[in-house]
Ligand binder design. Structure first.
Ligand SMILES: [Zn+2]
Ligand SMILES: [Zn+2]
Length: 399
């Protein structure tokens, strides 16, 4: 009945699943074979399955024998457009696509947790919902929003929601947890600078949008340096500049693509307003005009419920051979935030950095490599959270 011992027993299966997925990564919204593997495996475990949820998502529902709360566990399933250059034997077989963020490990760990829980159905309180979501890396509507619209957080209503992310820069076997904001709202913007084209030898007859763009890029950093409270994390990056065709032609238009990252809604709102004002103001100064557009449906800030997360820390501390660390927030985005807007819960990390095994490359690197020895602990942690939070009396030590 020892859950950790059982997690160790099924470790080979977890690793095998992970490697199969790693060899066959699929991009956002195209997780067809991946979700088939997931759904088939859940059905094999006797878990009720709904396929094609919000597109390529899968929902599994496991009812415990005892009455209790509804706990949802989430794994994301998409790979990235990266050509793998790692030295593992089970390298990606798909050209230009790689599980470079470790979502293959998330699926394998959650399927492991599903097995551990389905074998304990008799002692399980409440209901566990397994959310296998598409398109976490996509941004915008992502994969969480379509699944929520498809009803996964209702009927029965989810009381708590959890997910774990593998983190290649954290020490192997170390859990990273934080109460409150843990990941940023990633707001993408586009500035279209409208000038007036002409001959490169006669700039006075034109409004040069490239020259103006240079000023806008510099001025936008002033939003960070001079307009946002320095104790509020904020970053602005212009990651793409497009304009022009030839050295002696002044073009009509220049476009800038950028992103801002914030950890609270007030700063987010203020920053978006300032970006627009600065871009338009600078353009006006030089006789150009600007259209500023923020992407609709950007991911919200990922906020861990403090009370729930405190309890998560206590649960994670029970897992031997691992450690729990309080961590700083990151300015990356996560659409798990959308589930957290529907129910209290926790987004936490599991470290997999192990220099002895060459696991030293960060998430999204083409050399990204995971210390697979930690996967069993990840699977166990998810199962333990379902057990713990499903129990209406709080602490079930039966596992
Ligand atoms: Zn990622
Ligand atoms: Zn990820």
């Amino acid at each position: 009945m020892d859950l950790i011992a059982d997690a160790k027993r099924i470790e080979p299966e977890i690793i095998r699943t992970r490697r199969t997925l790693h060899q066959h990564p699929e991009l956002a919204y195209h997780e067809v074979e991946t979700s088939k593997l997931v759904a088939d495996r859940l059905e094999f475990l006797g878990i009720k399955v709904r396929r094609n949820v919000g597109g390529t998502g899968v929902l599994g529902v496991l009812k415990g024998a005892k009455a209790g709360r509804v706990v949802a566990l989430r794994a994301d399933m998409d790979g990235l457009p990266v050509q793998e250059t790692s030295d593992v034997r089970f390298r990606s077989k798909v050209d230009g696509v790689m599980h470079a963020c470790g979502h293959d490990t998330h699926i394998a760990m959650l399927l492991g947790a599903a097995r551990l829980l389905s074998e304990r159905r008799e002692n399980l309180y409440g209901t566990v919902k397994f959310l296998f979501q598409p398109a976490e890396e996509h941004g915008g509507r992502g994969g969480a929003m379509p699944m929520i619209e498809d009803g996964v957080m209702k009927d029965p209503k989810v009381d708590f929601v959890f997910c774990l992310h593998i983190e290649a820069t954290r020490k192997s076997g170390e859990f990273g947890v934080r109460e409150g904001a843990i990941a940023a709202a990633p707001d993408t913007f586009k500035v279209r600078i409208l000038g007036k084209g002409g001959h490169g030898s006669a700039p006075h007859e034109t409004v040069d949008p490239i020259y103006v763009a240079a000023h806008v890029i510099l001025a936008l950093q002033g939003v960070s340096a001079r307009m946002i409270d320095p104790v509020r994390p904020f970053v602005i990056t212009v990651g793409a500049v497009h304009s022009g065709t030839k050295e002696n032609i002044i073009p009509d238009v220049a476009t800038l693509d950028g992103t801002i990252r914030t950890l609270d809604e007030a700063t987010r709102k203020l920053a978006k307003r300032r970006v627009e004002e600065v871009a338009k103001g600078v353009c006006r100064t030089f006789g150009a005009s600007a259209e500023v557009e923020f992407e609709k449906d950007a991911y919200p800030v990922t906020v861990n419920d403090p009370k729930t997360t405190e309890k998560v820390v206590a649960v994670l501390k029970r897992i031997p051979e691992t450690r729990v660390r309080r961590v700083d927030a990151m300015l990356g985005g996560e659409d798990f935030s959308r589930f957290l807007q529907k129910a209290p819960g926790t987004f936490y990390f599991l470290g997999s950095r192990n220099p002895e095994k060459g696991c030293i490359y960060p998430n999204h690197s083409s050399k990204f490599k995971v210390d697979e020895d930690v996967l069993k602990f990840g699977a166990a942690s998810l199962a333990m959270l379902a057990f713990e939070f499903g129990n209406p009396r709080g602490s079930s030590r039966e596992h």
